[in-house]
Design a protein around this ligand. Sequence first.
Ligand SMILES: [Zn+2]
Length: 472
Amino acid sequence: MIKLRLALLFLVNCFALSAFCQIYISNVTIVDVVNQKLIPAQTVEINNGIISNIQSSGKIKIPAGTTVIDGKGKYLMPGLTDAHVHFFQSGGLYTRPDAIDLRKYHPYQEEIDWVHNHMEDFLRRYVKSGITSVIDVGSNFHFLQQRDSFENKAYAPEIFMTGPLLTSYEPTVFKNLKNEEPFLLVKTPEDGIKGVQSELPYHPDFIKIWYIVSPNKDSVETSAKEFQPVVKAIIAEAHKHHLKVAVHATQRITARLAVESGCDYLVHGVEDEIVSGDFIKLLKSKNVIDCPTLIVEDGYFKTFGQNMNYSPYDVAISNPQQLASIQDLKHLPDSALAGSYKKRFNMPVVVNRLAHEDSVRMVNLKKMIDGGITIVAGTDAGNIGTQHASSLFDELKAMKQSGLSNWQIIQSATINPTKILDKQESMGSVAVGKKADLVLLNANPVENLDNITDIHLVINKGKLIDPGKIVK
Ligand SMILES: [Zn+2]
C-alpha cells in the first residue's frame, strides 16, 4: 500500500511537470519505426527526458519508488510529427482573407490577436493527439518570438519554425502588417539574400520560399524560369548560414527548378501532372524530402461549398470555436457572397478539377514512395477547414488511400520528418539516447491505423501527459 502511494505520489509529481523524472514503462511492445518491426515484452527507462535504457522485461531492475507504467498489452511508439503547419492561421473561416474576404464581419486584427492568444491551446491539442513535434513552414517575426516561450513547456510539442515566406507574390490583404506579415516580397536575387538576412536575428529553424508563378499553362515555364535566380540566391544564402530551405512548389516545373537550385524540402506534392521517373531520380539524387499535403485543398472546397462534415475525432480534438466558424458561411448577413461561393464550389467543373488534382497528388505520392523518396506527413493545418492537431489523422488516412502501407505511413509521421532538419540522431524513434517524446497506445497501430488515436498516455519531453486533462 505504501509502495503504491509512493508510486502514485511520484506519478503526480511527473504529471506536475517536475524538473527531473525517472520513468519506467514495463512489459511493453515497442513500435520500431526504423526497422518496421514490433518488439514485444520490453522495459523502457526514461531519465531526465531521454530514453536511457531499453531491455527485455526482467533484465532491467526497477528501483523502488520510481514511476512505473504497466505497458502490458500496450504499444509504445515515437510521438508523431506534423511536418507542415501554420500557427498564424486558425483553421477557421476568417483566417485567409485573400481566399474569402470577410474582414467587415471579423477584422483581420481580431484574427491575428486570436491566433496568438490561442497558440498554447493549439499546442496542447497537438500533444493530446500524440503529436510531439510540429514544423511551421510559414509564420512571421512575432510568432518566431512566441515560439521561444514554449521551449521547456511539457504541454507543448517541439516547434520548428521559419519566419515570413520569401515570395514572388504578396497577397494585398497581408501587406503592411509589419512583424505580423507572413510574406516577404523578393523580386531580385539581392532581395532574396536580404530576405534571408532579415530573418537571422529571429533564429528561424529554416528558410521557406513561396514559389508562386503564373497559373497560365502557356506562361508557367517562362514565369518559373524568371524567378529561379531569386530561388538560387535565397538557397545559397540560407545554406551559408546552415539553414535548410523548404519550398512551396506545386507545379512540376517549379518543383524541378527548386530541386535543381538546391532546396531541401518540398512542402507539397506536385499537382499539375503525373511526375516522371526522371523527376523522381532527380529528387532522390539530391536527397530532397517531400510532403504531399493531400487534404488541405479539400478543406477550402468543402468549406466554401458548405459541404464540410467533421469526424467525431475532429470534434473531440480541434478547437471548437474554429470548427464552428466553418459553418458561419450559412449564417452570414451577406447571403449573396456566401451563395456565390456555394454555387461556384459545387459546380461540376470545379468539383471535377479538385477530384483530378486529388488523384494526381495521390498517384504522385505512390510513385515517389515506390521510387525511394523520403515522404513526410503534413497537413497545412491552420488553412481554412484544416484544423490544427486533428487533421493529421485525416492526412494519414488519405495517405492510406494513396496505397501506402501502414508502416510507411507511420514512418512518414515519426522518423522521416526528423530528417528534414537533421534531427534523426536525437528524435523520431524509440531508441536509447533519443528524446522521450512517446505515445503509449492501447492497441496495435500497425494492424490498424485507427489505433493511433487510441492513446493511453503521452510522454512529452520526458514528462507524463494525461491526454484527457491537457487541454484547458
Ligand atoms: Zn502551408
